[in-house]
Design a protein around this ligand. Structure first.
Ligand code: ATP
Ligand code: MG
Length: 225
């Protein structure tokens, strides 16, 4: 069983795109691939139902369909940090429950891709003496991490801090993707070269600005766990 945890330098940098493309790439080697979005914050009315875009995109890239309670145990309506949306909605996020759902998915899959919420140490829950971040979840699941770098001004600092946060927790950085999300960025190539030198993992893809490209048409190397 292969599994990865996909994180990013920020929210909105391409984690879902990378997760979906990774599922497509893994499907070339494995029959049963499942995407998981443990905590999704932000719903919209899609075909008459309140749904989250990321969850739907990962399901579309999966080859096994599972009950929603497993691939998306927490669906929050507010598009806010999970711990804030959960508090507003009276939901108690339990990362042990997420781990149980993940282990149930593993039984039915050859490969699982877990998309984190926001950036790496975004809080998932904060209640009384209990707190947990997205990084705590990656540690609990013991997954190799794929880092999506949204290539824009500020990304060097975000990427290098995220690498430190991953490695300092004893996790493996399995690979990273340069995702050029800002077509007007100054010196994008020099930024990507800087990251090639400083990130201690293979670059799995270098994607140009391409707003209309479907995930199935995006290629990336499958990381070695
Ligand atoms: N290379 C790219 N070129 C153009 N648009 C892109 C590119 N990568 C991502 N996008 C667009 O940027 C937006 C954010 O991408 P995506 O949803 O994958 O980010 P995310 O990190 O998963 O966000 P979230 O934190 O909300 O989960 C989407 O509209 C996506 O289509
Ligand atoms: Mg996403």
């Amino acid at each position: 069983m292969t599994a990865f945890f996909v994180t990013g330098t920020d929210t909105g940098v391409g984690k879902t795109r990378v997760s979906a493309a990774l599922l497509h790439a893994l499907h070339r080697h494995h029959a049963r691939v499942i995407g998981m979005k443990p905590v999704a914050a932000g719903t919209e009315l899609i075909n008459g139902e309140w749904a989250n875009e990321d969850v739907l995109a990962l399901r579309a890239a999966s080859t096994v369909q599972v009950p929603a309670l497993y691939d998306n145990p927490y669906l929050l309506n507010l598009a806010a940090s999970p711990h804030i949306a959960a508090r507003e909605e009276g939901v108690e996020i339990d990362i042990e429950h997420i781990a149980a759902c993940f282990h149930a998915l593993r039984q039915q899959a050859d490969a699982v891709v877990v998309e984190g919420a926001g950036g790496f140490i975004v809080p998932l829950l904060e209640s009384g003496r209990q707190s947990a971040t997205s990084a705590d979840l990656a540690v609990l699941l013991r997954l190799p991490v794929v880092l999506v770098v949204g290539v824009r001004l500020g990304c060097l600092n975000h990427a290098l801090l995220t690498q430190e946060a991953i490695l300092s927790r004893g996790l493996t950085l399995a690979g990273w993707v340069a995702n050029r999300i800002d077509p007007s960025m100054v010196a994008p190539d020099a930024n990507v070269d800087t990251l090639r030198l400083r990130l201690q993992a293979p670059m799995l893809a270098d994607w140009p600005w391409q707003p209309l490209q479907p995930a199935s048409a995006l290629s990336l190397d499958v990381p070695v766990p």
